[in-house]
Design a protein around this ligand. Structure first.
Ligand code: SAH
Length: 487
């Protein structure tokens, strides 16, 4: 089974740049072993005008059977023969999608240090799959690819050319053409949609398939008209996973609706390089204060809830005492930026074992958040509508229940001082509320009371005698059972 990807070149950008984008040299034929056989990458043509890369997967049918997964979904127990005699070696299926993602993993993520500008730009693309099993026929093939900007040709392959009266097989010859997509987008479409059309996944669908789907679907799946079909077929019709994925896609849509979310005034300042003359940016002071509170609490396993673009996670990684860090955010976009900032994909094994980023909403209880020493909510609570705050409160203090919780939020009283700042430094548009010191104290004390925590307050930034500090911080510490009983 194979797929070819072709592009054409212009004067300034030769077609052979495709080799850089795929991280595979056009002059070489390469082979990679996968668990189901050997994947070959070669270029049937490669010059400045036209360049075609082919991925050919040579399936090892015996390995497939040994793994006991050659039957696909719904494989009947008595279909022993079908384990050996099936279309897997010839038809583009989920196996090809898996090979695609492992052989072209950097290209799939759009990573290309040699030609970053070409990786980021759309290019003329032509993708050909000679035999694609397409449950749903050419019509579904079009419904899946056309909304993504492809011109689709899907010709049904006759069952047997000698007997035209037998009609068409379930295979199509697929040709996709577009000059509106980046290579990474194209690969991600194939990665998700080939198995969707095949509709017979070869491996057990594990819970992390939801993450894989959302990662590969970033930027296109949330808006796709066939999102439900894609999601449910991709997840091999596991309804609980499908529902989970649909909910998270909805969250992505909501989060993207207010994209401005991720950069507010304080965070923007954080990216400025520090110089001697400039005072330490507030975001840095806040991070330092949070880390100090975590150290004082003796925390090793830390949650960064609403981690945004990962600045705090990055700072925590620099201190070995933090052995496990889980960053959670509702915005896939923020998480993508965070992963890039942390260079997650290039991290050594030891470092990588310390950190994870996951998508989730703090308005729902989440078992992944249980068992940590401490949780940080840095500049997050004010991004929730007030009526949603009790849900967050329960998810964090009632359900996850780390020993320590550090919460920071703006002090609205200080806003009069911000007005002295240069133009453009306005408070962030996505803040649903901003509290006075008294309001924050009232909320925090009530939360502590309801959930069995002690709470202490500290200023972050210059503590103005009149209006207080720009950022207010509360550190919650769980009461031990004994203390709780004594109280
Ligand atoms: N903690 C970071 C980012 C603060 S911005 C910092 O201190 O710099 C607020 C972040 O909260 C955003 O990244 C936003 O996506 C996230 N967020 C907002 N509502 C959320 C929710 N319900 N669940 C999880 N994250 C949420």
């Amino acid at each position: 089974m194979f797929v070819t990807i072709s592009t054409t070149g212009t004067a300034g950008s030769p077609a052979t740049d495709l080799g850089y984008l795929l991280h595979k040299h056009p002059d070489k034929a390469q082979a990679f072993s996968t668990s189901y056989g050997t994947a070959h990458v070669f270029y049937p043509e490669a010059d400045a005008e036209r360049c075609t890369a082919a991925l050919l997967l040579e399936i090892d049918t015996v390995a497939l059977v040994r793994r006991g997964k050659g039957k696909g979904r719904g494989g009947a127990p008595d279909a022993a023969l079908a384990q050996y005699v099936n279309d897997r070696p010839y038809a583009a299926s989920s196996l090809l999608a898996v090979a695609l993602s492992s052989v072209f993993s950097s290209a799939l993520r759009g990573v290309c240090t040699a030609r970053p500008e070409r990786a980021a730009a759309p290019l003329p693309l032509r993708v050909e799959v000679p035999a694609l099993p397409a449950r749903g026929g050419p019509d579904l093939v079009r419904r899946l690819f056309e909304p993504l900007g492809w011109t689709v040709t899907a010709d049904p392959v006759p069952l047997d050319t000698a007997f035209p009266e037998w009609g068409d097989s379930r295979y199509v010859r697929l040709l996709l053409e577009s000059d509106r997509l980046t290579l990474a987008e194209a690969l991600r479409h194939l990665y998700v949609l080939l198995p969707v059309l095949d509709d017979a996944k070869h491996y057990w669908v594990a819970a992390d398939e939801v993450d894989k789907l959302l990662r590969a679907g970033e930027g296109w799946l949330p808006e796709h008209p066939e999102q439900k079909l894609i999601t449910s077929r991709y997840l091999a019709r596991r309804w609980s996973l499908t529902r989970q994925a649909m909910e998270r896609l909805e969250l992505v849509r909501l989060a993207e609706a207010d994209d401005s979310d991720v950069a507010d005034i304080d965070n923007a300042v954080a990216d400025e390089t520090e110089t001697e003359e400039k005072p330490t940016p507030l975001a840095v002071q806040r991070r330092d204060a949070i880390i100090e509170a975590l150290r004082a609490a003796g925390a090793a396993r830390v949650l960064d809830l609403g981690c945004g673009e990962g600045q705090l996670v990055q700072a925590l990684l620099k201190d070995a005492r933090f052995t496990e860090i889980l960053g959670v955010d509702v915005s896939m976009r923020a998480l993508t930026i965070a992963a890039r900032r942390l260079k997650l994909d290039r991290m050594g094994e030891r470092q990588a074992a310390r950190v994870r980023l996951v998508q989730g909403s703090l308005a729902y209880t989440d078992n992944r958040l249980k068992g940590y020493d401490a949780a940080v909510l840095s500049e997050v609570i004010e991004h929730l509508d007030l009526p949603r705050l009790p849900a967050l409160e329960y998810a964090v203090f009632g359900h996850a229940r780390p020993r320590t919780v550090v919460v920071t939020t703006p002090n609205v009283e200080y806003n009069v001082r911000w007005e002295a700042l240069p133009a453009g430094h306005v408070r962030h548009g996505d803040h649903r509320f901003e509290w006075t010191r008294e309001e924050f104290r009232g909320w925090a004390e009530a939360v502590a009371e309801r959930h069995g925590y002690e709470v202490a307050f500290a200023p972050v930034g210059p503590d103005d005698p009149e209006v207080g500090p720009p950022t207010q911080m509360a550190t919650f510490t769980i009461r031990t059972e004994k203390e709780a009983k004594a109280a």
